[in-house]
Design a binder for this molecule. Structure first.
Ligand SMILES: [Zn+2]
Ligand SMILES: [Zn+2]
Length: 159
């Protein structure tokens, strides 16, 4: 399968290497992309582990798991990255509603590893309601990882 992060590279040659700790992200953008991919495959442990040490104190794997499970992660768009920040939009479906979360996230190196610290959310909108017979919303996002052109939602990402 293609990597959920939208790189157009296979998952096992992209974020899976980070999620399985065969390799470690060397930039905030790589970490951000791999955290999105972890949401997409619902690997809450990786998301938890890649928070900063202080942030982990107020997070729980089970809370992350329920949020990841509830959502269908459609696509990631990176708007801008710097040496410590990444601004992105994540598109997902929850309760048959397509949503966009746009955030500028802050990252820091802790003991040689990039960690997610926090972020400023500039947009958190419902974009559209979706029915099972509608064309899958992933068709609207060129970086969608599971896109099957022109398929109905029920035959595409809803499965
Ligand atoms: Zn990736
Ligand atoms: Zn789809």
């Amino acid at each position: 399968m293609l990597c959920p992060c939208g790189s157009t590279v296979l998952f096992n040659a992209c974020c899976q290497l980070f999620i399985t700790q065969k390799n470690y992200p060397t930039t905030p953008e790589q970490l951000m992309r791999s955290r999105f991919s972890a949401y997409a495959i619902k690997d809450a442990r990786y998301i938890f582990d890649t928070y900063g040490a202080t942030q982990r104190l107020s997070q729980s794997v089970s809370d992350i798991q329920s949020w990841a499970d509830e959502c269908l992660w459609l696509a990631l768009v990176i708007h801008e990255s710097s040496s410590t920040t990444v601004e992105f939009s994540a598109y997902y479906v929850v309760d048959n509603t397509v949503c966009e979360l746009r955030e500028k996230s802050n990252f820091a190196l802790e003991e040689g590893r990039w960690r997610y610290i926090d972020g400023n959310i500039s947009k958190h909108n419902e974009i559209a309601k979706i029915k099972r017979n509608d064309i899958c919303p992933c068709n609207n996002y060129p970086t969608a990882w599971s896109a099957k052109k022109g398929k109905k939602f029920k035959h595409c990402c809803a499965k």
